[in-house]
Write a protein that binds this ligand. Structure first.
Ligand code: TRP
Length: 414
């Protein structure tokens, strides 16, 4: 029964820009549910059709390299960021030396962030470094208060912890504004005005269609999509953009957030505002495999930023789902399956060296390498990555966090 209602919810995503394919009812993807029965994960090609976005193909990746004069991020070359809306418009602006800015966010539902949460932020950092543009990061503590069984005081605390983790990824304080909704929105009349303008121009019927709300949804939930839409418009941040309302926005996010931004893009022309462009990522698998749900409340479902080197090693050895065969003999004969092997999948996200990754793929597929080798490689990669973040996290004091969250002019003039 639960499945039935999720399917209905999913089909009802078909409004506005969404070109519907009512047959594709297998995977569930919306801001609150991501579910598939396939061991290889969500069918992303189908999702592109259903959501009406565009695939990131070789031509686009090459254009990004050509326009920036830098090698594309591994996430682009490996299909981890796989879908977009109007990325070519962003590249045109960049070529013409016209401004744009980045917007991304996080819902602080737990204090501990796992490696999957790093994906959009690592990519956003690369975009910021590569294009040298301002970045705004929204922490939707209000969203988590509305949806989860948490008190306001609790989500406020989680948000600040998450802000420190995000800063520890290495964002540049001169180019980055981070805000928590509960704290910031009341301080910024222009943000609130933009939000209410959006609310005036989106009906209950529209959000019902996009998000599956019904008559028993709280009015807080029904109004929330406008809160997440607002940072897509530069007018909401007058201290950064000097009151300019039409600066183009680019949003890197996981594809489950797309419903919010379909709504945003639908409403933008009605407000005479610029539609945000988007870059969408795939989901990050749980240690137990793509069919199982990664949950911040289950410490064994992923690797967390707070894990020690030993915890990283033990969890991977114990829980990382193997795409190998039952016995060594069988494995040597038939080879391993990279598409379901979680260690390989994690290496695809976090092993930077393209050649090494390709060699591992070949040798695992042929049966020459065993899962144990992949696990060992992954343990090393994650111990290093997390160790570096933990080192930087120590330098992120309350004072540093406060500076990132202070509404202020960034290093860009408008
Ligand atoms: N709703 C997102 C979450 O639950 C948080 C978020 C807010 C976000 N604004 C965003 C994510 C913009 C990506 C881009 O995690």
């Amino acid at each position: 029964m639960a499945e039935e209602s999720q399917v209905n919810q999913m089909e009802s995503l078909n409004i506005g820009e969404t070109s519907g394919n009512p047959e594709a009812v297998e995977d569930v993807v919306d801001p609150w549910n991501v579910q598939t029965s396939s061991a290889t994960g969500i069918d992303y090609a189908k999702l592109i059709v259903r959501f009406g976005s565009t695939a990131i193909d070789e031509t686009l990746v090459q254009r990004i390299e050509q326009v920036t004069g830098k090698p594309a991020h591994p996430f682009l070359k490996r299909g981890i960021f796989f879908s977009h809306r109007e990325m070519n418009k962003i590249l045109n602006l960049y070529e013409q030396k016209k401004p744009f800015y980045l917007y991304t966010g996080r819902g602080p539902s737990s204090g501990a962030m796992h490696v999957g949460h790093l994906v959009p932020f690592m990519f956003t950092k690369w975009l910021q470094d590569t294009f040298d543009v301002p970045l705004v990061i929204q922490l939707t503590d209000d969203e988590k208060y509305l949806w989860k069984d948490l008190k306001v005081e609790e989500v406020l605390k989680l948000a600040v912890e998450n802000v420190k983790d995000i800063i520890a990824l290495g964002f540049d304080v001169e180019k980055t504004f981070i805000f928590c909704d509960f704290d910031f929105i009341g301080q910024c009349p222009e943000f609130y005005r933009t939000m209410v303008k959006i609310q005036k121009h989106v009906t209950f019927n529209q959000v019902k269609g996009i998000f599956g709300f019904d008559e028993s949804s709280s009015i807080g939930k029904i109004a929330f999509p406008a809160v997440q839409a607002t940072p897509s418009f530069s007018g909401a941040f007058p201290f950064i953009f000097n009151g300019k309302k039409n600066i183009q926005c680019l949003i890197p996010c996981a594809i489950d957030q797309d419903p919010y931004f379909r709504m945003t893009r639908d409403v933008a022309p009605r407000l005479n505002m610029v539609k945000p462009a988007l870059l969408h990522s795939v989901f990050f698998p749980a240690l137990q495999g793509a069919t199982s749900k990664m949950s911040a409340s289950d410490p064994n479902s992923s690797i967390f930023l707070t894990d020690t080197p030993n915890q990283i090693k033990n969890k991977i050895n114990k829980y990382a789902f193997s795409g190998g065969q039952a016995t060594v003999e069988e494995h040597k004969e038939k080879g391993g399956n990279c598409d379901v092997d979680v260690s390989f999948q994690y290496l695809r996200f976090f092993l930077d060296d393209d050649e090494r990754l390709e060699q591992i793929r070949k040798d695992y597929t042929s049966g020459e390498l065993l899962t144990g080798f992949l696990k060992k490689e992954l343990i090393g990669v994650l111990q290093k990555l997390i160790g570096e973040i933990q080192e930087r996290r120590k330098t992120v004091t309350d004072e540093v966090a406060r500076e990132f969250m202070r509404p202020r002019k960034l290093k860009f003039d408008y």
